[in-house]
Design a protein around this ligand. Structure first.
Ligand code: SF4
Ligand code: SF4
Length: 315
């Protein structure tokens, strides 16, 4: 297969792609003091796959994670598409999606997939920030690079900064530990402030939803990201299923990445928001049975708040 056919395949499988020399990435990463491992591949193919903007609100008995988890797990989808592109291509290569030591957003910026927004996301002219990123490390027989021209920026806009409920976004920069999407995906005891701020089962969509660059964008839905029905997580399943049973029922969903316990903990914060004490007995049982102190501690704290809201003390 020649390079032209290879690029045709990339175009067919992905929404956008760019090809940069690894040395370009390493040079920029050094300037930014980023840590990276040794790498022998000469090229990085940066791919982007769009996903649709869809909002589903949690109900009393069903909770939802961030919209990036809707449909089949994007890690699997990207790797499957990368494998299709590489089929019959006799070069050595490696795939990287999400969990690896390279900064995908930096690579995407350098490849011209989009510009780096103040919401810390790559913003593409056609798909906004609703794109998944991945990298194919490879040695290609080409000297040039394929870098898309991006002529856009946030400019004076600061809507996401002003809309972030926890003031995690700065101008410039970001306080990771304040971000809902960061702390609700971290296995730890949630503070009262974090419990109060959390509104999503896993992740946070606010700074994408408010962004004007995400208006009037292309809204293609790849079949893989069509709703599977497993977007709605039954609260009862969280508190009655074993990890194995839960993984079986909700298999191939991106929110499973950190396991069920973190979803249980986050679900508790949504129950508290809803003042929903229907599951108090199940929560109590989960505290008695669960081995993880970070879960027990947060669950006990939320259960006592739920009990108080169910039986308010006289003034
Ligand atoms: S993901 Fe949510 S909490 Fe994090 S920066 Fe964006 S709006 Fe703020
Ligand atoms: S909301 Fe405004 S400042 Fe934030 S990423 Fe979008 S364009 Fe940039």
């Amino acid at each position: 297969m020649n390079l032209y056919d290879f690029q045709k395949r990339l175009n067919f499988e992905f929404s956008e792609f760019g090809i940069i020399k690894t040395e370009r990435y390493l040079k920029e990463a050094s300037v930014l003091n980023l840590v990276f491992p040794e790498i022998s591949y000469k090229h990085m193919i940066v791919v982007a796959l769009s996903y649709p903007k869809r909002i589903l609100n949690s109900t009393k008995n069903e909770h939802y994670a961030s919209m990036y988890t809707f449909g089949r797990d994007y890690h699997l989808v990207l790797k499957e598409k990368m494998a299709k592109v590489m089929q019959g291509f006799d070069y050595e290569y490696e795939f990287a999606v999400d969990n690896h030591p390279f900064d995908e957003r930096l690579a995407a910026q350098l490849a011209g997939i989009g510009f780096f927004g103040k919401n810390q996301l790559i913003i593409n002219p056609s798909y906004g920030s609703f794109i998944f990123l991945g990298i194919i490390f490879i040695n290609l027989a080409m000297e040039s690079e394929i870098i898309n021209k991006i002529d856009d920026s946030c400019g004076d806009c600061r809507i996401c900064i002003d809309s972030c409920p926890t003031n995690a976004l700065l101008n410039p920069g970001y306080k990771r530990e304040k971000c809902i999407s960061d702390f609700n995906q971290t296995k730890k005891i949630l503070s009262d402030t974090e419990i109060k701020a959390n509104y999503c089962l896993f992740g946070c969509d606010i700074c994408q939803l408010v962004c004007p660059k995400n208006v009037n964008i292309k809204t293609t839905t790849h079949d893989e990201f069509a709703f599977s029905g497993k977007e709605a997580i039954k609260v009862r399943d969280l508190f009655t299923f074993s990890e194995k049973q839960f993984r079986k029922k909700y298999e191939n969903m991106a929110y499973l990445w950190k396991g069920k316990t973190i979803l249980m903990r986050n679900s508790l914060t949504l129950l508290l928001r809803q003042k929903n004490s229907d599951y108090n007995d199940l929560i109590k049982q989960s505290i008695d049975k669960h081995p993880m102190p970070w879960y027990k501690n947060t669950a006990q704290n939320i259960l006592s708040k739920l009990n108080k809201s169910k039986n308010p003390q006289p003034e």
